[in-house]
Design a protein around this ligand. Structure first.
Ligand code: HEM
Length: 429
């Protein structure tokens, strides 16, 4: 089977098999048998693939691996403690290469430093088509995918999963548009004036997703019981895909600063599941001063200077350096975006799980719904949002009551999926 046929199989057959197994209409072994007979036997020699073909195959086999891992662990007593055994019967080609070995070599062949299992990059960025962010009709950022078929691959072929992958990629595209503005400000001669209408568009995207009826987004039960359960381990201790691996969000935190003990180490723990370029860019941002710190240094206000000043001094400082208002608004919107995301996590995960706990239903066996897939708890996400609210310029809050509303442009997101999503930017403050 050539790479194209594998693509068709993953789009059509895999969701059918997953649905049948999840509804107990087929035994879990059927997936392994069908895979062996129809897909794995004829997979290409990796060295014959272009890096782009390797990326496409990483996406496809990522969905395959996640499905195999999930069904094995759900149907094998004790399977959760030795997830890697799910792959024992899976061998590739005439040379009978073990599946995970083939996958790791394929990931290597992409030249991107991709992780040895499915990842945020493969599921979201590579899987979903190109997303463009438009501001006043002008493209300001573009996040390409690696397929041009306008399709979104998913575990069960349902609209909810496709909409979720699309949401996350749209979110990342807006974050990229924001970072495209912020990154040049780290250059030595930069003029540190901010702009945050783009970030407001991200908050709007989150809030709109939560406000729509389940049939237009994804039902919480589907998120918890179907979608998330495919983020099971492939090997003990590996890093399953997660929104926490969104590199543009990590970059924004290091650009804008986040005062949370251990945040750097937490980010570094996720490094193996990022791409090589993402690791390098994030490490570079981690090592430099944040933009608000640079700004304060530039205007001669030292580290703790703001909290030492009284209201009169703060007002004078703002009058002298009006850019502080823009920066304050940017950081405030960053915190509000975090708050909107926190709301999503509570609505789709933490609250319904609390209700299940109260009703004695308990948790899922494979991927716990009491925490995120990389282990972030509700309390930790609360703390992240509070840390973002407690930003470097927060001491200015009493003297900047809501700021002056100006005229905000209307960014829009455009995607090649034919699902153009207009996003109305909000005023900040
Ligand atoms: C219904 C939608 C969403 C839900 C229910 C949700 C839920 C979660 C959960 C449970 C975590 C903890 C993850 C872990 O432990 O690994 C998390 C983290 C995260 N998610 Fe989401 N998420 C949603 C949408 C998004 C979108 C669209 C993005 C990107 C634009 C995103 C970006 C992040 C980031 C960056 C983190 C790390 C925590 C932080 O920086 O605040 N999420 N999310």
């Amino acid at each position: 089977m050539g790479p194209e046929q594998v693509g068709d199989w993953v789009l059509d057959e895999l969701p059918r098999l997953n649905q049948a197994i999840l509804h107990d209409h087929a035994p879990p072994d059927l997936l392994v048998t069908e895979l062996s007979e129809q897909v794995l036997d004829d997979l290409p020699d990796i060295t014959r693939l272009t890096p782009e073909q390797a990326q496409q195959l990483v996406v496809h086999l990522g969905f395959v691996g996640a499905s195999v891992a999930r069904h094995y662990q759900e149907h094998t007593p004790g399977g959760v403690t030795h997830p890697e055994r799910a792959f024992d019967p899976l061998v590739v080609g005439g040379d009978r290469l073990p599946f995970r070995g083939y996958f790791a070599a394929l990931a290597e062949h992409t030249g991107t430093g991709h992780y040895e299992r499915d990842s945020y990059s493969s599921l979201v960025r590579w899987n979903v088509g190109t997303i463009r962010v438009l501001l006043r009709g002008e493209p300001v950022a573009e996040l390409p995918g690696i397929f041009d078929d306008g399709r979104i691959r998913s575990y069960t072929g349902t609209g909810g999963e496709e909409r979720f992958f699309l949401l996350v990629k749209q979110g990342e595209a807006i974050e990229l548009a924001v970072n495209c503005l912020l990154l040049p400000l780290t250059f030595a001669d930069a003029d540190l004036i901010g702009e945050n209408a783009r970030l407001a568009a991200l908050r709007r995207l989150f809030i709109d997703f939560a406000a729509q009826p389940a049939e237009k987004t994804m039902a919480a039960e589907v998120f918890m019981d179907v979608f998330r359960q495919f983020a099971a381990h492939w090997t003990p201790g590996d890093i399953p895909p997660s929104g926490a691996l969104d590199p543009e969000a990590l970059k924004r935190d290091f650009l804008l600063g986040i005062d949370l003990p251990g945040y750097d180490q937490q980010a570094r723990r996720l490094f193996p599941a990022l791409l090589a370029s993402e690791r390098a860019e994030i490490a570079e941002l981690m090592s430099g001063p944040t933009l608000p710190r640079r700004l304060l240094a530039e205007i001669g206000a030292g580290d703790s200077a703001l909290s030492d000043l009284d209201d009169g001094d703060l007002r004078r400082l703002v009058a002298q350096h009006p850019a502080l208002v823009d920066w304050y608004r940017l950081l405030a919107m960053h915190a509000r975006v975090s708050g909107a995301h926190l709301m999503l996590s509570k609505k789709f995960l933490f609250k319904p799980q609390r209700q299940r706990d109260a009703a004695g239903i308990g948790d899922r066996l494979l991927v716990s719904n009491r925490a995120g897939t990389t282990g972030m708890t509700e309390t930790y996400l609360d703390r992240l949002t509070r840390a973002r609210q407690d930003h470097t310029l927060a001491p200015l809050r009493p003297v900047l009551i809501a700021g002056k509303p100006g005229s905000a442009p209307d960014p829009a997101i455009h995607s090649d999926q034919g699902t153009a999503v207009p996003v109305v930017a909000e005023l900040t403050g």
